[in-house]
Design a protein around this ligand. Structure first.
Ligand code: DMJ
Length: 561
């Protein structure tokens, strides 16, 4: 009795006894119904949670991917794969290398900021600055677009503030109109094209107006030195008989045409185009001009013909004005002159022995000199850029020549103990190449050509060569307070200057060598000789293409596309 009372009496235990339900089928049904309902609710909740989880994971991945893209747009990728606009996954090695180059730029820039703020150039070993260009903040202006392209926003904004408040061109200083044009006018215009910020255009106009009197000569071929305050111009005393230098006189077309396009004032374009029409009057069949030209009668003086110092960028600009002018009939003359010059270049091509390195000789009258400047290493890039304007056979021929010359230039670096190139090389029979002037001042020409060849052929070898050159700079030229040149590439002895073109050109081309081709696309931009990209827009009288309106852009945006 006591036992049965305890079971039947316990309210809980009786519900666990199956017999209880067998005797009460309705309760059994209710219980079954309850069980199914609860199970369904639980299952539903769990499913929902799982779906949410998947959704959250997807969203997190998407956020991560977008963050990566944003980082890349700002130029601060962290080694993760990014799809380019063509949906081609980016090589993680490229991203890593680009990051390393960017870090080099940060080091160069912060050293300049710390020791030489506002000065033309940093002297890293004495930790001070020097005004080698008259106090125009050459490194500051030369660096603006590199900072912008690399997405170094904070540094860019600080430099912009300096330009707005402290950049003053009213200087009683005899400036090189060539250096001032390519670095200052070019740097400011490029930054305007990238950012849409009017302050850069205003400043570019200010300095260009100060340079304009240099073209007031009987022929329009400019004097190469001009006082920024008085406008009084002359040629350097060391140039033959007061002549103008070919490269200095024929390397302003891109910048001044761009300025006319952006201001709507034709006077800049008129001045610089007159130089070319004047030179074309007696342009030789081989398109090669000596480095000294008389500004009074446009006659070339008996002097060296070279694709190196003092000749180089004249030929570069003949091609690039054609590119800048959308390759239309308006600019046909430039292409024609350039093609003539390339015939002349072919006549200077020779092979070394025993290793058959292709090089460009120099010429004086009828005698040839087996010497090539590292400066002439811009030529492979130029040839690659211009090759596509020829028919298929010529295109192939010039592209092949570009690749052969690039190999020679790369070996200018590889052949020295420091793996950095000297300033020029001699080619004696049986001895291939040997360094002449043995300094290296952080020049960009070879990496510039590697950049073009990589962009135009897609051959990764050029990236490898560029990376090796970058590492040699890191090893030999990087010091705690910036980057220095070498007095001698054989010993590694250091000089005391961080050239502004190291930030404007060398590091920019290296960065772009490891960037997707949509970053400063060669279809939309043309680089001036100081590596400042200028947007290709319709020429003023070209009706075929609508004018592209430059507009204010978000920082770092639209540089890529
Ligand atoms: C730069 O100022 C320009 O590239 C110019 O065309 C040649 N010299 C330096 C770099 O070497």
């Amino acid at each position: 009795m006591a036992r049965s009372r305890s079971i039947s009496g316990s309210g809980v235990w009786k519900y666990l006894n199956p017999a209880y339900y067998l005797r009460r089928p309705r309760r059994l049904a209710l219980l079954f119904f309850l069980f199914v309902s609860v199970s369904m609710v639980v299952w539903d909740r769990m499913n929902l949670a799982r779906e949410h989880e998947v959704e959250v994971i997807k969203l997190t991945e998407e956020v991560f991917r977008l963050e990566q893209m944003l980082e890349e747009l700002r130029g601060v990728g962290d080694g993760k794969t990014l799809m380019t606009h063509k949906d081609v996954p980016e090589d993680p090695v490229d991203i890593e290398r680009r990051q390393k180059v960017k870090e080099a730029m940060i080091h160069a820039w912060s050293s300049y900021e710390k020791y030489a703020w506002g000065k033309d150039e940093l002297q890293p070993r004495t930790k001070d600055g020097t005004d080698s260009f008259g106090g125009l903040g050459a490194t500051m202006i030369d660096s603006l677009d590199t900072l912008y392209i690399m997405g170094l926003d904070e540094q860019f904004q600080k430099a912009r503030a300096w330009v707005a408040t402290s950049l003053d061109f009213d200087k009683d200083y005899d400036a090189s109109m060539f250096e001032t044009t390519i670095r200052v006018v070019g740097g400011l215009l490029s930054t305007y094209d990238l950012s849409g910020d009017k302050i850069f255009l205003e400043k570019a106009k200010d300095i260009a107006d100060r340079l304009l009197p240099a073209w007031n000569t009987p022929t329009g071929i400019p004097y190469n030195i001009i006082n920024l305050r008085s406008g009084s111009a002359h040629n350097p005393s060391w140039a033959a008989g007061g002549d103008s230098i070919l490269a200095d006189s024929g390397t302003e077309q891109l910048e001044f045409i761009a300025l006319s396009q952006r201001t709507g004032d034709p006077k800049y374009q008129q001045k610089v185009e007159k130089v070319i029409t004047e030179l074309n009057k007696n342009f030789p069949a081989d398109g090669l001009l000596p480095i000294y030209i008389n500004p009074d009668n446009a006659n070339p003086s008996y002097s060296t013909i070279t694709f190196g110092a003092m000749g180089d960028s004249f030929y570069e600009y003949l091609l690039k004005v054609w590119v800048q002018g959308n390759k239309t009939s308006e600019v046909k003359l430039y292409r024609e002159m350039w093609e003539k010059s390339m015939k002349g270049l072919l006549s200077l091509i020779k092979k070394s022995t025993p290793s058959s390195f292709t090089y460009i000789q120099e010429k004086n009258g009828n005698s040839y000199n087996d010497k090539m400047d590292e400066l002439a290493c811009f030529a492979p890039g130029m040839l690659a850029l211009g090759a596509s304007g020829y028919g298929p056979d010529e295109e192939k021929k010039f592209l092949t020549l570009a690749e052969e010359l690039a190999w020679t230039c790369y070996n200018f670096y590889q052949s020295t103990p420091t793996k950095l190139a000297g300033e020029n090389y001699y080619f004696s029979a049986g001895q291939d190449m040997s360094v002449g002037t043995s300094w290296n001042i952080l020049r960009p020409e070879t990496v510039e050509s590697l950049f073009y060849l990589w962009r135009l052929t897609g051959n990764k070898t050029y990236q490898e060569w560029g990376w090796n050159i970058f590492q040699a700079f890191e090893k030999n030229s990087r010091i705690e307070s910036g980057y220095v040149g070498l007095k001698d590439v054989n010993t590694g002895a250091k000089d005391n200057k961080m050239q502004s073109f190291f930030l404007a050109e060398t590091l920019k081309y290296l960065y772009l060598l490891f960037s997707p081709s949509s970053v400063i696309s060669l279809d939309e931009w043309v680089f001036n000789t100081e590596a400042h990209p200028l947007k290709i827009v319709a020429r003023n009288n070209d009706q075929r293409k609508p004018t592209i309106t430059l507009r204010q852009r978000r920082f770092g945006g639209e540089v890529k596309v």
